[in-house]
Design a protein around this ligand. Structure first.
Ligand code: COA
Length: 258
């Protein structure tokens, strides 16, 4: 895969996507969003890839937001379409991807950058990371899921404060708030995420995809998460991984999943 704004690496069963526009602090322009859609789609289809790590290039930013220069002159219809398409091809797409996605937040994650990290399945930040949704300082609101995913992760009161004040929080505070799971040195960020990915790889990827579906169901309007859990739990019993996992346990050996 060759991209203008992304670098793709593969290490064992891990796919690493690096957003690579460092001179613009990796801001998400239209082309980058489209490339991300393709990269996630292709890696998700690759059966060797069990986990995807998403990060930004350089030492300063994960992603400093949607590219302001691209939408500054948009009208109401264009603004609506920008958000709608973004949800469809990137933010909801990542949230619902079958392959687990870890956001490795290596610096500024602002606006669309934090929204992208929040669409990932979980997040690890480097000590220097700074996170915020500064959209109201630009006269707009978060449009890539921020008003929904931030309250889900940190609670309504903290989300209200972060969005209204447009201010940034540091990595330790983000961990305290539940926005990121771990804070590590910047030099160790990717290797730390790789270790988490290795742990994920040992488990059944079929079961992990089913768990992602069931967990996400709780956050989907009109869908009953408990019903989806029951359905996915039942489906598991028909998979080869279930037979292998339970047989391996009873045989006192390590499972060898598909
Ligand atoms: N969209 C477009 N370009 C962006 C950008 C964004 N969201 N964020 C940064 N850039 C560009 C800057 O315009 C600058 O480009 P230039 O060198 O061609 O002028 C370059 O990236 C470096 O950014 P700069 O502002 O000079 O770095 P800084 O260290 O002084 O400040 C930030 C860093 C992150 C505080 C600042 O860039 C910023 O506030 N960015 C916008 C954040 C934002 O509001 N995001 C939400 C968008 S909805």
């Amino acid at each position: 895969m060759k991209f203008e704004n992304l670098i793709i690496d593969k290490k064992r069963n891990i796919g690493i996507i690096t957003i690579n526009r460092p001179s613009k602090l990796n801001a998400l322009n239209k082309a980058t969003i489209e490339e991300l859609h393709i990269a996630f789609k292709v890696l998700n289809k690759n059966i060797e890839i069990k986990t995807i790590i998403l990060t930004g290039s350089g030492e300063k930013a994960f992603v400093a937001g949607a590219d302001i220069s691209e939408f500054a002159n948009f009208n109401i219809e264009e603004g609506t379409e920008l958000a709608r398409k973004g949800h469809e091809i990137l933010f909801n797409f990542v949230q619902n991807l079958e392959t687990p996605v870890i956001a490795a937040i290596n610096g500024f994650a602002l606006g669309g950058g934090l929204e992208l990290a929040m669409a990932a399945h979980f997040r690890v930040a480097s000590i220097n990371a700074k996170m915020g949704l500064p959209e109201v300082s630009l006269g707009v609101i978060p449009g890539y899921g921020g008003t929904q995913r931030l309250p889900q992760l940190v609670g309504k009161g903290k989300a209200m404060e972060m969005i209204m004040t447009a201010s940034m929080i540091g990595a330790e505070e983000a961990k305290e708030w539940g926005l990121v799971n771990y804070v590590v040195d910047q030099s160790e960020l990717i290797s730390f995420c790789e270790k988490l990915a290795e742990k994920i790889t040992k488990n059944s990827s079929v079961a992990i995809s089913a768990a992602i579906k069931a967990i996400n169901a709780n956050y989907t309007n009109g869908v009953n998460g408990f019903s989806v859990e029951i359905e996915q739990f039942g489906i598991s019993f028909g998979t080869n991984d279930f037979k292998e996992g339970t047989t391996a346990f009873l045989d006192k050996r390590k499972p060898n999943f598909e």
